[in-house]
Ligand binder design. Structure first.
Ligand code: ADP
Ligand code: MG
Length: 260
């Protein structure tokens, strides 16, 4: 596992389903593909952390000096979630702990994950990014082999993608990072609408996107949102179609990042 693949889930928009996709892909990789997964939450809104640890346990964990994203400076063991994968939790007050943006600090997460890679403990590391192009998003991109873009299939969300590509290109040039696109997943999709069909037509026809569009979207389902803070995952839902969708997305994800 010395070739642990690091994948950032990025989009400049919030509310596009990044976190939902990140935690559920981590879950499917663990349970359906026997992969050893580390999920890293670098979003100050810490939703991935909330999905994985209940409030009381989180407070206890922090009180006992548990590892968080602040600890990218010295290796400590990640949090063991009840879902069989590990987590580097975020912090609500991460904003106050904003790292000074210079190349030294922005490489800290990369150095940390290089250390983690050498432990041989994980096959895949997923980084759930904040929607702001902050020092944390930059740190995540520098540390990544790939980035995956979750996007809602509507015109406003779609215009943001070119901006995102611009930011990634700029980070690649300025920091010499070489992360590659691991695809574009359409999320919160209302698949029977014209807006959705137009989005699919657009992406499958656009030269810069057509090779990246996942063949299966994440459909919009209230069941996904409902149990999120109570620790409910798509694998637990008795919804065959959602399970099939996520199986397909996870397989395509693996093909793209591991060539499987
Ligand atoms: P982001 O990380 O991009 O901000 P989230 O994953 O937190 O997005 O999702 C934003 C909101 O949409 C959350 O309330 C979440 O529960 C809900 N949501 C995410 N995916 C779906 C889906 N496929 N169907 C319905 N609601 C969803
Ligand atoms: Mg999020």
């Amino acid at each position: 596992m010395l070739n642990m693949k690091v994948v950032s889930f990025v989009n400049m928009k919030g509310g596009v389903g990044k976190t939902t996709l990140a935690v559920n892909i981590a879950d499917f990789l663990t349970h359906r593909h026997s992969k050893k997964v580390l999920l890293v939450d670098v979003d100050p809104q810490f939703n991935a952390t909330q999905c994985m640890i209940n409030g009381d346990d989180y407070v206890k964990y922090i009180k006992n000096g548990g590892t968080t994203i602040k600890d990218v400076f010295n290796y400590k063991n990640p949090y063991k979630t009840t879902r069989g994968f590990d987590l580097i939790p975020s912090l609500l007050d991460l904003f106050r702990f904003e790292m000074a943006p210079d190349q030294g600090t922005e490489n800290k997460l990369k150095n940390y994950l290089n250390y983690v890679r050498k432990t041989g403990k994980y096959d895949i590391c997923i980084i759930d990014c904040p929607p702001t192009p902050s020092v944390w998003m930059t740190s995540a991109l520098i540390a990544s082999d790939f980035y995956l873009i979750p996007s809602k299939p509507d015109p406003i969300s779609m215009t943001g993608l070119d901006l995102l590509e611009g930011i990634i290109k700029e980070r690649k040039e300025n920091y010499g990072c070489s992360c590659r696109c691991a695809g574009l997943v359409l999320t919160i999709a209302e698949t029977n609408t014209i807006v959705y069909k137009k989005a699919v037509d657009y992406f499958s026809g656009a030269a810069n996107w057509k090779d990246y569009l996942y063949k299966t979207p994440v459909p919009k389902r209230v069941d996904i949102a409902r149990g999120q803070l109570a620790g409910t995952f798509i694998l637990d839902l008795d919804k065959t179609d959602l399970n099939l969708n996520f199986s397909s997305i996870t397989q395509e994800f693996l093909r793209r990042v591991e060539g499987e």
